[in-house]
Design a protein around this ligand. Structure first.
Ligand SMILES: [Zn+2]
Length: 159
């Protein structure tokens, strides 16, 4: 058996892959995600079927669909804003805007591994579900905010 085919080598290659990419059944993202946040807007409530969505931005050029483009559908939830989901299981995957073609907002729940980012804030708390109470100490914003580490609204804008 050559060293290249040992289980240790294969495991090392796999770890290297996961170090480089964040993956899920639906997508892979190269590199790190941007600042994450919990979005309580009504659109995210509807899309997730829950009280909020956990999102973080990724660069479109480092983003790829892995499950087959035929399984991913997009719908225009508001003018120029598209939400992608799996046609088979309904899982939300990402959103994108025509006005920000370089960014995809990844639904953190779709990722198989720890994305490394922790949400920085709750946004659009003004439309929060009345049946949900925010119990953590993260900052809360009635609408979206521009995070200090970014010059543009990312996951902490309405997504
Ligand atoms: Zn939202």
């Amino acid at each position: 058996m050559t060293p290249a085919s040992t289980p240790e080598r294969r495991r090392a290659r796999l770890l290297a892959f996961y170090d480089t990419y964040l993956v899920s059944h639906f997508l892979r993202v190269k590199g790190k995600l941007g600042p994450a946040g919990y979005c309580h807007c009504k659109q995210c409530q509807r899309a997730s079927g829950s009280a909020f969505a956990a999102n973080a931005p990724a660069r479109t050029k480092y983003f790829g669909i892995t499950c087959g483009d035929d399984l991913v559908s997009e719908y225009e939830s508001s003018p120029g804003k598209f939400r992608a989901f799996c046609r088979r299981c309904g899982s939300p995957i990402y959103s994108r805007r025509d006005s920000e073609p370089e960014i995809r907002r990844i639904r953190l729940g779709t990722l198989d591994a720890d994305p490394g980012r922790r949400p920085l804030a709750h946004v659009w708390v003004g439309s929060k579900a009345p049946w949900y109470s925010i119990e953590d100490s993260l900052p809360q914003y009635l609408e979206g905010v521009v995070p200090r580490e970014s010059h543009r609204p990312c996951s902490t804008s309405r997504t």
